[in-house]
Design a protein around this ligand. Structure first.
Ligand code: BGC
Length: 764
């Protein structure tokens, strides 16, 4: 034991001359390489394979770490890291085993799915993206990093940057919607927020970009399903946000469950080696998704030993929960299927991550119990989460200015989401402490104290069918009310009869979206719809607050309900934030980042599609035979990408270009005048789109290229500019070269992807 401690401390000492950050100079890189080479020269094969193993941690009881399965595996040198343990003390205990009870004392990585906040929870990523506010996105990641690092976690399995155009897929909630440009901006902001000052400090954590690649294009929106896509679409659309995150310096990448060109991403050499490492110069490490090496055989390819070989050789460095690397690579080495060099390459990358995080300098860098008590769920963090949540809500409809509601009289709050604090944070809130969060009812009562009365009734269950409801409450939330539909409705109508205005808190439960939560029906569940109809029949003003982890189908509601506020899942402070917007303390400014369809049959429906050879005449709403359209539905979505209302109005005019010709090495400036024509101050997200009218391959009908969030007082105008360079016109051609092709273009500007002013220009 004495020996072990001596070796350990010598290891720590030698590392302490190294800087704890991503090496940014050749000298720092050389120092890191030397340190790791020296360490690796002392490692046995077993110790090396241990570094490549990322098992789950689920059996730890406080004070019993040493007796847990994971504790025993760590002591046996079989673990490189683990994930989803909550608490600095537990993590310290486990780290201590690695540092003090193993021969070389190599510290562990501690990961967690901190997807949209730790205990202070921000809106689900789809909602967060609807802020179009990159400073807010970055701040949310910064706060998440501060809180998780105070609790011992140094590695987050975020950002999830999978583009998705299929709201049937429950994991759309975890990404930033349908657009490559906006998705890339969000990806960069998240990495900056997590990794901060290059991981130098103890409140910065390593990002893990996921799920590489194309996971959001699962066929038919069913989770874990097959993906099949052209390379043109990969490079021009789906790859963009992963590349942006890599360019921003993300320290790790998680491969996806799906096939990419017929080969599971986990063992796809083209994807992980050619694209990620060679074309994009990624120099961090690649971890698999949960058990995905083991799933290779189920996809119909190799068994676990061969899948482990192929994954390692493809560029996978760490095996999450398949136990393929630790269990089979030794034998494969004996059989000559892998080389020591293959193994060493992966080991080096995992050790580099630990070095970059500063764990060799101080393995307890993230185990400051005082910080854990002080820095988590603070008033300051909560205030930021509340403000950001309010920015994420999208006002879809507001007939006759029903909203905002006055803080007076009697307000009936009715619906299955009205009194459910556990449903506020949203899916993937691993470290949430729902006891600390408010229900919407509580939020309304606090906002209206002394001014107005809140009357409450549940009104209905989530679904008529108890089994369907149970499928959305898998984590033990039990919202089911034993009363009959009629009893619940009668109570709601009694409450409504007594009120001046009705707020209907409805939609899907938080676990109706997220992993393994695909749906084929995106309309408001049956029993809730009947309740809504009955509330509308009272003749009182009704405001619908729609909770959703995806774009839902609101066609009926858009025709029948006077005001609709889409609130996604707003996080730990959602209740106060919703009250802020409903009662007018905050003017809504969120804009959709995913199209909201008229019906599920339109899916996938997204704004930046290609034209067909037979496009429909947009000025003729009727069905057009032999044109590309539906007999029974419009082509366009109900609410388009970029759409969202405010309590004020904005006018757009004077879209100009300072020149209609752009030189190959030049720049031109587009400008548009935006005016607040209403009576309140408000924020507007001004959007610029470009269309390439003739390419060597088909080009989208429009692509977002720039946006700016501005604040305008009533009557105020602002000229918003976009400096266009040939860089903004580049795309991957048929040979996958990134080029701008001379020719005719259009610049468009407006409040969403549908209502746009247009001007032509030429690239010389
Ligand atoms: C999910 C990942 C997640 C991992 C670890 C998987 O099932 O697909 O997004 O990071 O589990 O919890």
């Amino acid at each position: 034991m004495k020996n072990i401690v001596a070796i350990t401390s010598s290891l720590l000492l030698s590392a302490s001359v190294a800087s704890a950050a991503i090496p940014s100079t050749p000298a720092e890189k050389e120092k890191m390489d030397k340190f790791i080479s020296e360490l690796m020269s002392r490692m046995t094969l077993d110790e090396k394979l241990g570094q490549l193993n990322l098992p789950p941690s689920d059996d730890i009881v406080t004070g019993q770490t040493i007796n847990s399965n994971i504790g025993a595996a760590v002591a046996a040198g079989q673990v490189g890291g683990t994930f989803n343990i909550k608490g600095a003390a537990k993590i310290r205990d486990l780290q201590k085993i690695a540092v003090e009870n193993t021969r070389l004392g190599i510290p562990l990585l501690f990961g967690m799915d901190v997807i949209h906040g730790y205990e202070t929870i921000f809106p689900i990523p789809l909602g967060l993206s609807c802020t179009w506010d990159m400073a807010a996105v970055e701040q949310s990641a910064r706060i998440a990093a501060k809180e998780m690092s105070a609790a011992g976690v140094c590695w987050t399995f975020s950002p999830m940057v999978d583009i998705s155009r299929d709201p049937r897929w429950g994991r759309m909630s975890e990404g930033s919607g349908e657009d490559p440009y906006l998705g890339s901006e969000v990806a960069r902001a998240m990495v900056r927020g997590y990794q901060g000052d290059n991981l130098k400090n103890n409140d910065e954590v390593m990002a893990c970009v996921k799920h590489f690649a194309l996971y959001g294009a699962s066929e038919s929106g069913r989770d874990y399903n097959t993906v099949d896509m052209s390379r043109g679409r990969m490079y021009n659309e789906y790859f963009a946000p992963y590349k942006a995150a890599v360019d921003a310096g993300a320290g790790s990448v998680m491969s996806s469950f799906n096939l990419v060109d017929g080969i599971p991403a986990t063992e796809n050499k083209w994807l992980l080696d050619d694209v990620l490492r060679r074309q994009w110069n990624f120099d961090g490490f690649v971890v698999t998704d949960y058990g995905s090496i083991g799933e290779v055989a189920v996809h119909g390819l190799e068994n676990l030993p061969d899948a482990s070989v192929r994954s390692l050789k493809a560029g996978t460095d760490m095996d999450m929960c398949s136990f393929g690397f630790i269990g089979t690579l030794k034998q494969s080495l004996d059989e000559g299927k892998v080389s020591m060099a293959d193994i060493d390459k992966a080991v080096r990358r995992v050790l580099e991550a630990k070095y970059r995080l500063g764990l060799f300098d101080n393995p307890y860098k993230y185990n400051d119990v005082a910080r854990e008590k002080r820095d988590i769920y603070t008033a300051e963090n909560r205030a930021a989460a509340r403000a950001i949540a309010a920015k994420s809500f999208v006002l879809l409809k507001n007939e006759d200015e029903v909203l905002p509601l006055a803080k007076k009289g009697k307000i009936a709050l009715i619906g299955p989401m009205a009194n459910s604090a556990v449903n506020m944070p949203g899916t993937w809130s691993v470290a949430a402490d729902a006891k600390k969060y408010k229900s919407l009812r509580q939020g309304f009562e606090d906002a209206l104290k002394g001014k107005a009365e809140v009357l409450y009734a549940k009104g209905s269950n989530l679904y008529e069918d108890a089994a369907l409801e149970a499928a959305c409450e898998v984590f033990g939330h039990d919202m089911r009310d034993p009363r009959s539909e009629q009893e619940l409705l009668d109570e709601a109508l009694r409450v409504a009869a007594d009120a001046d205005v009705i707020v209907a808190a409805m939609g899907e439960a938080s676990e109706s979206s997220g992993e393994s939560s695909s749906k084929t029906d995106l309309t408001l569940p049956d029993t809730q719809r009947r309740l809504l109809e009955a509330l509308l029949a009272t003749g009182k003003p009704v405001v619908m607050v729609n909770f959703s982890g995806r774009p839902t189908v609101m066609t009926w509601e858009s025709e029948n309900v006077p005001a609709i506020l889409n609130v996604w899942f707003g996080g730990s402070e959602a209740a106060d934030a919703i009250a802020d917007v409903v009662f007018g303390d905050v003017n809504p400014s969120g804009k959709l980042t995913a199209s909201m369809p008229y019906n599920v049959g339109q899916v996938p429906v997204y704004y930046n599609h290609f034209n067909t050879g037979r496009p429909k005449d947009p000025n003729d709403p009727s069905f057009q035979k032999y044109r590309s359209n539906y007999i029974d539905s419009p082509n366009e979505p109900l609410y388009p990408f970029g759409y969202g209302l405010s309590y004020t109005d904005f006018g757009y005019s004077d879209l100009r270009l300072d020149s209609s010709e752009l030189a190959a090495d030049g720049a031109i400036t587009a400008s548009v005048v935006v005016t607040n024509t209403g009576k309140r101050a408000g924020d507007e997200v001004v959007q610029f789109y470009i269309r390439d009218l003739q390419g060597s391959v088909a080009r989208p009908v429009k692509e977002l290229k720039h946006f700016e969030r501005i604040t305008l007082a009533p009557g105020e105008s602002r000229t918003v500019e976009f400096r266009i360079t040939p860089e903004d016109l580049k795309f991957y051609n048929y040979d996958l070269e990134f080029v701008a092709e001379p020719g005719e273009f259009q610049i468009m500007a407006g409040p969403d992807s549908r209502r746009l002013l247009t001007q032509p220009f030429t690239l010389k």
